[in-house]
Design a protein around this ligand. Structure first.
Ligand code: HEM
Length: 382
């Protein structure tokens, strides 16, 4: 089964096409993406675990070429080992014991600055510096600013999606990875003498080779900035657009439910790519070795056989079956950090500081592989 898409339309709003593809068949080839899409929730959930068939390895892929071979592009025992090595930095225990208090003081500082303004962009002026500074702390690259962190992260994301081969995008990505390497060099010497729980420090302590450490720190930067940034601004925007949902969350003080429903509704990461290891038939589709497969979380999280009225932002629904963080061995390594940063700290502090906050312009979302609001302009009613 094939389905043609217009990539600009997909970037604007992927859901109409994704819903049609989902209704058509379990696996649908989209020529414009040169990939077969798995879109139904149960299929994504089950097939993602078949790592013998759907491999994460893509030695010639853009991510590997531009950022080095990180754990996201490895399978089996090699992946499991690197995952274990990074765990002491991002485990739920470390998040509570080490990062939560840092997240709190970072958020307080950003709010203090914003208290002087009546209008701001929640994305650029609040979510960006909060998630950037949190990532500076977690990676251990303490000499970077939050803004620099955002820039290098975005440059790598753009580089990994540069299927058209734009030389400017590639050059920008290469200079971002060089900036990161310089910061790793600066901090490595310090962290060898005084280790801490940062990603860089625990990877050095684990004895991982330096080229691997570079690749994995870049992975954490590319995966750990724009999703929390967009989820903070996006969840806040969704609550401001839905007053009944907002008062429900305020009454229950359940910011995690707001974040989880937002992540189901808008899936900050809409897909994860895989490559077939051999010729085979999966879900009725004949694959050939090396075919590209996209596990479509964005579509799975709006599967109408699982979620009633999936296009509605409904904070009272059960989000237990949503898979915004993935559903296999590559399940987001930063999930605990994200929940604490977004639902435990950033959103409650934002709404407590600005209880009369109102949107001053309609919010537009863009993207299908990564999806988030373009801007969230608010007035706080000083
Ligand atoms: C709203 C926030 C976030 C969302 C929705 C999200 C989502 C995801 C998804 C969908 C994957 C791929 C899962 C798969 O292929 O099975 C992933 C992987 C990953 N994420 Fe996140 N992420 C978020 C925040 C973060 C943060 C803050 C960090 C780091 C501090 C992070 C680090 C990683 C890493 C290292 C991987 C690769 C894991 C592996 O290969 O084993 N993420 N994330």
């Amino acid at each position: 089964m094939r389905f043609n898409i217009d990539t600009d339309k997909l970037w604007h709003d992927p859901y109409p096409d994704l819903m049609q593809i989902q209704a058509l068949a379990p696996v649908v080839f989209v020529p414009q993406l040169d990939a077969a899409l798995i879109t139904r929730r149960l299929d994504v959930f089950t097939q993602e675990k078949r790592v013998d068939l759907l491999s994460s390895r893509q030695p010639l892929g853009l991510m590997t070429r531009l950022m080095g071979e990180n754990m996201m592009r490895k399978d089996g025992l090699t992946h499991a080992l690197e995952r274990r090595q990074i765990f002491p930095s991002l485990s739920p225990r470390t998040v509570i014991d080490v990062w939560q208090s840092e997240f709190e003081s970072i958020t307080d500082k950003v709010i203090k600055k914003l208290k002087k303004q009546n209008n701001f962009d929640l994305l650029k002026d609040f979510a960006l510096p909060v998630s950037g500074a949190a990532l500076v702390a977690m990676t251990g690259l303490r000499k970077m600013t939050a803004f620099q962190m955002d820039q290098v992260s975005q440059a790598m994301i753009d580089g990994c999606a540069n299927y058209k081969g734009d030389p400017f995008v590639e050059a920008n990505c290469n200079s971002a990875t060089q900036v990161i390497e310089r910061h790793i060099d600066i901090m490595s010497a310090k962290l060898q003498k005084t280790p801490n729980k940062s990603v860089l420090s625990v990877l050095i302590q684990s004895g991982q080779p330096m080229y691997n450490i570079h690749a994995n720190v870049k992975l954490v930067i590319s995966g750990g900035q724009n999703e929390p940034r967009d989820a903070i601004a996006g969840t806040a925007a969704a609550l401001l657009m839905h007053p009944v949902a907002y008062s429900h969350i305020l009454n229950k003080k359940d910011w995690n439910q707001a974040f989880m429903e937002y992540s189901r509704w808008m899936s900050p990461i809409g897909m994860s790519p895989r490559q077939m290891t051999r010729d085979c038939n999966v879900l009725g589709y004949d694959f050939q070795k090396d075919d590209r497969v996209f596990l479509m979380y964005g579509a799975a999280n709006r599967d109408p056989t699982v979620f009633k009225d999936p296009g509605l932002f409904d904070v009272q629904r059960n989000t237990g079956l949503a898979i915004p963080f993935g559903a296999g061995p590559h399940f987001c390594a930063g999930a605990a950090a994200s929940k604490t940063l977004i639902a435990g700290v950033a959103l409650p502090k934002l709404f407590a500081a600005f209880p009369n906050m109102k949107l001053t312009a309609p919010v537009e979302w863009r993207g299908w592989a990564f999806r988030g609001p373009l801007a969230v302009h608010v007035e706080v009613g000083l």
